[in-house]
Design a protein. Sequence first.
Length: 365
Amino acid sequence: MQGSGARPAYEFVDMNTAGPGAVATAFANQIAYCEAAGAHITARVCAGIAAVLASEARGELLERVRGWQGAPLADALPLRVAGGLHALHLSGAAPELGPIYRGETAEDAAVIAQVIAAHEAALLPWLDGPPQTNEAGRSANFIAAMLWLAERGLPPRFECLEIGSSAGINLMLGRYAYDLGGVQVGPEDPVMAFAPAWNGAPPPAHRIEIAKARGCDVAPVDLTDPVQALRLKAYIWPEHAVRFERMDAAIRAASQSKPHIVEMNAADFVEAELARPQEQGTTRMLMHSIVWQYVPADQQARVTAAMEAAGARATPESPLAWVQVEADRTVHRHKLTVRHWPGGSEEVQLAWSHPHGADVEWLAG
């Protein structure tokens, strides 16, 4: 897999572009993005879908995609369609997709057009909501940020609040072990262990504690439900076998003790959680990964206002932090950024990160 540092820059694409040409641009961007992240099969599937869209093929799904009313890139439209096709492959409902997913030679556009026509009723619901790519490897970024915050004197005991939790896999980060550039964090008997390829200096070494972890999602996923778990697996890029192994491990962990998730939008959740009393000696930390683009603008404004208002009330004994792992599509990479209160309200970029946690380029001191 190509490392983060080797990814080329490319022409800026406005995430919120809509209207004529936006769908084709979104697919071209997604193909390039997947190629840069080593997801060559997913790129191939998206290219096949794009070819079908550019053809004279007709049908309800194709017409909905061609006439998409929102911003197709911000809405991750290519991945919605690709996720539906992958689910058909994983369930065995569309065996003709097998050669594509195995990396074999196939007439991709013809095969995909045939599958869309034959399984349109099953595929249409995949257009109704954004992808849920709940990836445990991203939690390494959150842990690295906690180490950085502890180095700056914030209490190393954390109350974690997550928006866009999906199935809550990252809410179980206290059950995982990490090797971050040689810095070891986590229990001796972890559910999973992560050792991303680390570039740059290691993060500061500290003993940290996850006191609580709660999250929200507008459509929470129950990992113990096989049907819902299949939907999450469908959004895993098929060439990333380790991610399927992690998902199975997360399912086993959730079966033993479910993560704490509520069905709620991001703004309502953040406002409610920030209104709760905060324990002295605990850092309250809002975290999210690959979700901000899906949060409506009015909710983004409310979350930001709530965090800044709470930040103004924060004290050294009860500080507040905001940790984000979000896409910068100008360079096909993801930024790990932090704000904290008191004393660190300006955003600081700590690292560049692979979208699924495979590697980290640490920038902070």
